[in-house]
Design a protein around this ligand. Sequence first.
Ligand code: ADP
Ligand code: MG
Length: 238
Amino acid sequence: MGRITLERVQKKFGDVEVIPPLDLTIEDGEFVVFVGPSGCGKSTLLRLIAGLEDVSGGEIRIDGTAATDLPPAKRGLAMVFQSYALYPHMSVRKNIAFPLKMAGMDEEERRRRVDRAAEVLNLTDYLDRRPGQLSGGQRQRVAIGRAIVREPAAFLFDEPLSNLDAALRVGMRLEISELHERLKTTMIYVTHDQVEAMTMADKIVVLRAGNIEQVGSPIDLYRRPRNLFVAGFIGSPK
Ligand code: ADP
Ligand code: MG
């Protein structure tokens, strides 16, 4: 399960309102992309959902349960950080198992979950290596593996491909889409890249200065942009 609702969720930093009160529903199993120019509030919105920032107002619900005041670890969501957040001195297996070890899971169950995640991600042959012995794409997969083993209600990605080169980015984009097909778990994916948004999303949320300009499927936004901002954003290739 992974239905997430935001009701009048607002964020201020000091006196500056970065996210005016907004409503949004993300259905279980949806691949939702937050897209918009740099500084529009994409990361802040994702961090509010993850619990890494406190809301200034409003309510967040995850599968019907009030989550607004829950710490990140209690929300059942997994934030996928960029591959550089891996521990260089630990093996791939230990890197992937790390959140489970922190949660106090026994070794047998940890091993089972890491083996299964490695299989899904084609990392089985690399479990004994260190991150420095892997390609950029493999390292990104390890970062995703670390999220998969927690069996979260939703995966949250913040521009996970932005530090990869162009060719690798295309490959990883396909891999993440395939992963969604296989797991059918809710994914929220932040990007400023229109191509990623149009090719990956079931539903696109277009943000400008913290406001939702439009929500819809890629084809909806392409055919019926609500205003020039959406049209310009969706229409202009990178
Ligand atoms: P995006 O991810 O779309 O580039 P962010 O969510 O990072 O945008 O930032 C949205 C706005 O909030 C920006 O103006 C940014 O400067 C501001 N902001 C983000 N985090 C903080 C913070 N911790 N303190 C003050 N301002 C912040
Ligand atoms: Mg950001």
